[in-house]
Design a protein around this ligand. Sequence first.
Ligand code: XIL
Length: 390
Amino acid sequence: MVDDSLLTRRRVMNLGFRTMLGVAGASIARRPGQFHSSASKPDRVASGQVSLKQRAASKGLIFGAASRYQDLRSNPNLAAALVKDCALLVPEWELKWSAGSALLRPSPDDFDFRKADWMANFAQTHQLLFQGHTLVWHLSLPHWFAKTVHAQNAEQILSQHIQRLVQHYRGRIHSWCVVNEAIAYDPRQGRSDGLQESPWLAFLGPEYLDLSFRMAAQADPRALLFYNDYGLDYDNPLDESKRRAVLKLLERLKAQGTPIHALGIQAHLRGEATDFNPRKLREFLREVAGLGLKIMITELDVNDLRLPANENTRDARVADVYEAYLTTVLDEPAVISVITWGLSDRYTYLAEDLSRIQGRDVRPLPLDRNLQAKPAWRAIAQALDQAPHR
Ligand code: XIL
């Protein structure tokens, strides 16, 4: 079966990384919450000697992060920190049709791979796996899209896009986010299948999902292909309906023989949340794994916007959230990777949030603005150390 051989190849790749990294079995015994006082600093330095990627690899897991061309290129310290802690890189903008200053599709007939290629080369040079994000999404579409794409040419444009990108990185990519966020924010409203309104749905119908995966598999039969979504983490009616809708979608795709290999759980977490229920999440992961799918945590961060202003309090709470979440998900053997959406608080998309409290920096990621490990880093390290072997 395609799935089995693919996963075997990935496993070999993981094991290869383990050997390559010569993993040390250091452990940390303290809880992240204990590290919000300055007295904890010496310990933090000592435990920082074993990187997150080494700790993950020793469990057969992959740790990685998203980053942007402009940040990685302009800040050698960020590049060094990323190479130190990560075994996988995801371009945050550069493989979207159009995002920020990265215009992969400046016009209907042009592809500009320069920024994405720089990132792929960076990954290759530093022996990082490379993950593609994202082929099919209702957002980050270029300005020409609305006036150019219609029901008659949508399939051809989609196929051209997927073929071009997937072939371009064939042999250099670990995994592709093929479809992103296809289920609506609130699946209880709108369509009975919970699908998000999008040009692809409007022009091609619900079959656009299966079609996209088939096109990607044809262009690169070796890449791990996944569906990615958000709002799956908490125990409330909204997230529960999202979990049900995603599960139904995955069941439908598997029943159709769609070449899908994994679910990506974005995991944009909320620092103030009180409705995290490890048992509920764990059950969902089991159900997904029961479909024969792997699971990746693809965009992990912890939003601290609604936490108290005191930095130490915020850092301690954010760390606790990381630890509780990762301890839960890493208990599921189908989970193969943990990827944070950025690595340093200096470069986080949460800083783009307009509702942000003026004058207060957000601190959602493992490293602070000066690339120093925060309690969140230690919490991730600890969760990785305590995770069962794959
Ligand atoms: C975000 C980027 O981080 C932002 O810089 C950009 O402006 C918008 O997109 N879910 C996803 C990611 O799948 O692509 C999003 O990334 C964050 C939410």
